[in-house]
Design a protein around this ligand. Structure first.
Ligand code: ATP
Ligand code: MG
Length: 567
């Protein structure tokens, strides 16, 4: 299933999405005195990805639109998988995306005491019990969607015994896995989540915030809805898989007798040619398939940032795709469209030759250096102009020359003329080849001094315009050309006997040495450029003034959708 949105259309229509409709209806009815309060609730067990970015833009965006508030809350109920490293990275990424939770930073672990008290309320009402079955036994007696489960033999324990056992669980009297607290709901419910779900488990594990204070931890399902309630969230927006959990969340809220947020589900974002589950992203990192969470090929926010994506482009992407009620897959070329559109306005143009071949202007004075002037960004006059050194020996792209070209080839060839951008018209006179390999080593040309760019007599027209750099002024740069991480549109949908890893693209990173305009050597990490005619590039964090490293954000055109490989 693929859903393609036309970004231009989307911008013009701007009708309410189904979540906005619900919120506006609630405001009209005066529900919660018209308050809108959302939250973004990540579990700190991995880095955020583009799917989370969608959720962040949605939650913070709704609050902004309806003059409300958004909390950042870490759902940190599983100490075994969670870590402060993730907490820090998540905060950094949300801020970088341009959102501010102000003083509303919360942790589910801050509510452990309240959650414990809620569990005690349920026990007192006869709605929860301590069960001594093992995890396997609980799972075996759960039944199937079509066959009811079997009631636990411990289901009829007295309130007093349950209160006693639960407090002793908390007091570390029992080893891990020996007992759990379960809700007493309905083992015959068609909804599996209502079949006496586990609320608390014993886990002697160190928590990144509460340390060794607790040896029982609430299950995610027992923490999430109540945390929303404690924070008086009005609209608790989550992804579709939680729709079936909703009756359980509502049961908890009702039985405990606390404020009820309204849960609204939307379809999670999937993007072609990548995987989005944190478990798989962690595997890619651990197994060394990528260099880290911030590898520029990763769909993580830090990966996209390092690659050269801007917060604006990601926000624009999130708004363009909208919110859906059914699962769908968004074409990654839409994300690439958004960054191209943004960098077109933002990035200064630069001359850079990715695959250089030498051009020698035989009639140009040996030691002359001219300063050629060019606009930094034709889309933005305020960016001004810059000067580029021009001299007798230059580099152009190897594939801008053909010895025996077809008619439609408007670039350089023997006897043909092209303009060197912001410089002169040149004409190819001869080539020098390597005697053994036959590879072209030098292209000898003449230049026409009457055709200097910007001069009144320079109006002579030729069909092709090429970018170039002056050999003695050019700076070498390591350029990392990225391609899609997977060769399959949907790597999660692996054929039998294969896994998503079988679709890793062996050519997802190609490193070349390019010759770039000297101005680039002054650039800072994350500075972005459009290399004339080839693409958008961003300075990598590995870059130093002695060794420039640039990442290709995207090629200039979407050559993938035309079926060609990027050169
Ligand atoms: P995973 O299943 O990969 O571990 P998760 O959904 O459990 O991801 P959380 O940290 O719980 O990750 O997610 C925080 C918030 O981001 C949740 O509200 C979740 O619904 C939302 N979210 C996660 N993935 C996506 C996605 N692909 N599209 C939209 N929202 C998402
Ligand atoms: Mg989750």
């Amino acid at each position: 299933m693929e859903e393609k949105a036309n970004p231009e259309e989307e911008k013009n229509i701007r009708s309410l999405n189904f979540i906005e409709e619900i919120i506006e209806e609630d405001i009209r009815k005066g529900t919660n005195e018209g308050r809108v309060h959302t939250r973004f609730p990540p579990e700190p067990n991995g880095y955020l990805h583009i799917g989370h970015a969608k959720s962040i833009c949605l939650n913070f965006g709704l609050a902004k639109k309806y003059n409300g508030k958004t909390n950042l809350r870490f759902d940190d109920t599983n100490p075994v998988k969670e870590d402060v490293e993730y907490v820090d990275s998540i905060m950094e990424d949300v801020k970088w995306l341009g959102f501010d939770w102000e003083d509303r930073l919360f942790f589910a672990s801050d509510y452990f005491e309240e959650l414990y008290a809620y569990a005690v309320i349920l026990i007192r009402k006869g709605k929860a019990y301590v069960c001594d079955m093992t995890a396997e036994e609980i799972s075996e007696t759960r039944g199937t969607p079509t066959r009811p489960g079997k009631e636990s033999p411990f289901r009829s324990r007295s309130v007093e015994e349950n209160l006693d056992l639960f407090s002793r669980m908390r007091n570390s009297e029992f080893p891990d896995g020996t007992r759990v607290l379960r809700a007493k709901i309905d083992m015959g419910s068609p909804n599996m989540h209502m079949r006496d779900p586990v609320l608390y488990r014993i886990l002697h594990a160190h928590h990144h915030r509460t340390g060794d204070q607790w040896c029982i931890y609430p299950m995610y399902d027992f923490a999430h809805g109540q945390s929303d309630s404690i924070e008086r969230i009005t609209h608790s927006i989550c992804t579709l898989e939680f729709e079936v959990h909703r009756p359980l969340y509502e049961w908890f809220i009702r039985e405990i007798g606390i404020y009820a947020p309204r849960q609204i589900e939307f379809a999670r974002l999937n993007v072609t040619y990548t995987v989005m589950s944190k478990r798989k992203l962690l595997e890619l990192v651990r197994d060394g398939n990528v260099t880290g969470w911030d590898d520029p090929r990763m769909p993580t926010i830090c990966g996209l940032r390092r690659r050269g994506f801007t917060p604006e482009s990601i926000r624009n992407f999130a708004n363009t795709i909208g919110v859906a009620k059914r699962d769908n897959v968004i074409d990654v070329s839409l994300l690439e469209f958004c960054i191209r559109e943004d960098l077109n306005k933002r990035a200064n143009r630069i001359m850079a030759v990715l695959n250089p071949v030498k051009v020698i202007l035989d009639n140009y004075p040996d030691d002359l250096v001219e300063e050629m002037e060019s606009v930094n960004n034709p889309e933005d006059e305020s960016k001004g102009k810059r000067k580029m050194p021009f001299s007798k020996t230059l580099f152009i792209e190897r594939d801008d020359f053909m010895e025996d070209p077809p008619n439609k080839f408007f670039r350089l060839a023997p006897g043909r003329e092209v303009r060197l951008k912001a410089a002169y018209i040149i004409r190819c006179e001869s080539v020098v080849k390597d005697a053994e390999t036959g590879e072209i080593e030098e292209i000898h040309c003449t230049y026409d001094p009457q055709t200097k760019s910007g001069m009144p007599e320079s109006n002579r027209k030729v069909k092709g315009t090429l970018h170039w750099v002056s050999e003695k002024h050019a700076v070498k740069a390591e350029v990392r050309l990225y391609d899609r991480l997977f060769t399959n549109e949907n790597p999660d949908d692996a054929e039998e006997g294969k896994t998503y890893k079988d679709y890793l693209n062996p050519d997802s990173l190609r490193i070349i040495t390019a010759m770039v305009e000297p101005a680039v050597s002054l650039a800072a990490v994350l500075d972005k450029f459009q290399f004339e005619r080839t693409g958008y590039f961003s300075v990598d964090k590995d870059s130093t003034p002695q060794h420039l490293v640039l990442n290709r954000v995207v090629p200039l055109r979407d050559s993938w959708s035309k079926g060609e490989k990027v050169k």
